[in-house]
Design a protein. Sequence first.
Length: 342
Amino acid sequence: MKMAASVNLVINETLCYWTYSFKKQANSVIKAAVLSCYSEDELTAAKELLHRHLCVISRQDAPRLIRRKGDNRGKLIVDDIDELFTLIDEKQLFGNIPTFVAANLDKLPPIETRHPFTPDLMKNVDDLKLMVHDRCGAIEKLVGNLVSSLHGQSTQTAGVESRSSLSSDDEVGKHDADKSNFIPGTEESWSKFVKRNRKSSVTKTAISSTKAPVPQQASTHSGMVKKIIGKASKDCGFKSSVKVIPKAVFHVDNVSEGCDASALENYLKSCKIDVLSVFSCKSWMNEKDTQIIKSFRIAVAAADRLRMQDGNIWPDGVFVRPWKFKGNDRVRNEQRDGSSIL
């Protein structure tokens, strides 16, 4: 009978939740849940425990342990734990650290197992709320125009019916007057009198049946105007000033010192990737390794996005991640690359 392999189990609810959620939830979601469920002392204990185990398995990769004090202490500690987990993931050390478990399940933040991609779901909900808000404004305006149109139509119809009623009363009065004016024994026979009054009645019916329809007011709809991009190939007498190229931007990290922007661009073109620009940039890895690491910001055509994220075309250990835009950096990057991002 074979004995089961020993597993190094360490009790810590904070690290248990973080390990489980690291690749299933966005960092912002994990940080918010941890901050709301654990005290600063519990977060400090979790940080020191994770740092101690990292030093055991790879002391050269472990950063210096910082003791946080002052305001926003809890937020800073959570940021430190996130950096440690990111370093463990980049160095592929998850298999070497202990398995963190929870002794008290009540101390774990709630986890929605049916939706492992909660950030994407939250973003879709926010987009849906914004769309509904915009559409509600447009619908309210449309309903207002429709009510005004119906009110104007009912007013015109009432006026026409009032005039028609007056005309009918005049015809009836005239008919009654003619009937009262019939004198027996005169030259006009009764048959001629009836024929004359029948003709006036037919004329009145024809007039009422040929009433002009009441024109309806055209309602206007001023909803959101979606941005479009021209596609016409005919000569319009003018053309676009700047060529609009949909593109995707990536950060390529952990590249050896012997590689430069030109060599990297030539390699990507040999892989049939349409390269728009290549620039050297700052590494996102541990600061003590940046002296021997080169990093690049690469913009490619959007059609080659999936090809750029194919791990089979990149050397072992090279990191390729989508570029993180901050504030107005997006506009400045577009101007520097000479193209637009859609």
